[in-house]
Write a protein that binds this ligand. Sequence first.
Ligand SMILES: C[S@@+](CC[C@H](N)C(=O)[O-])C[C@H]1O[C@@H](n2cnc3c(N)ncnc32)[C@H](O)[C@@H]1O
Length: 301
Amino acid sequence: MLSDEVRMEAFRAAIRAKVRPGDVVLDAGTGTGVLAVLAALAGASRVYAVERSKVINVARRLAAENGCAEKIKFIQGDVREISLPEKADGVTCEMLGFCGMGEGIENVLGHIRENKLKSGGWTLPRAMKTFIAPISDRLLYSELFMEGAELGMSTESLKDEITQDLWIWNLDRRSFAAEPRPAKEICFETGVDRSPPGGCVFALGESREIHGIGSWFEAELAPGISINTAPGPPFTHWSQSFFPFRHPIRAEKGDTLHVSLNGIAAADGDFFNWTAELRTGENIKEVRTQSNTLSYHYLPD
Ligand SMILES: C[S@@+](CC[C@H](N)C(=O)[O-])C[C@H]1O[C@@H](n2cnc3c(N)ncnc32)[C@H](O)[C@@H]1O
């Protein structure tokens, strides 16, 4: 994450654009403290750096190393449960999970907007869109499900496991079976949620096999400054996410694919629920669904 130049440069530029001299800033989920230090260096008078894990001790050292120890107040705990002595002018929060969802950013920034931010205060990121697309990629599917391997044994139970995971991969735009659509569209600053209720509908222009659902996000940090994790360069540590179907769906020209995807942050981890339904007209032909997609894996390049 720290070596992801696209991420770091975008956050640095956005913090410099948003923080006004004298601002009180809340850095929610400060981790190693990099955003808190950037906010202090950009002119904040005080930064409340809140982190629930012990990594906060690293953040304390980073603040001292950069001469900001006086300006940054560190608080260990859940940012939704701690209280602050004053409201903030702005909040920085990099809880952007794979697909943008899944690390609880929506819930955390919703709480902060209602309870810890001055009226009219800024959030960084300001807004986020999660995109999804049906993926038709036989090679990717074969690699995941070990189609070429001569093992001389049955591996069905392992293949079921593979479907329960989220796979991190650099998707190829040529594998899109339909134009990507936003499954989630939220403005953190206002709370306005323009996500399509019930998910996205994809019109399939030709007959082909669909092997799973691809997803990525675009986060608007500040006006003109975004992080876009769509397929193609510049690459980020998020790459794209792939939710594989255990058995591909055979779609015919004119069919529609109805897809919903939700990321949920829970006490025992982050997970995703997704459903894909192939229809001819109103007629449901095939359904693939998965709850509690928990862990994630990187596919080798
Ligand atoms: C993706 S890391 C980002 C760290 C750092 N802000 C950065 O940009 O490098 C998210 C951090 O948020 C923390 N976190 C997640 N949910 C939290 C919560 N509800 N309250 C406090 N910290 C939280 C995690 O422990 C993790 O350190």
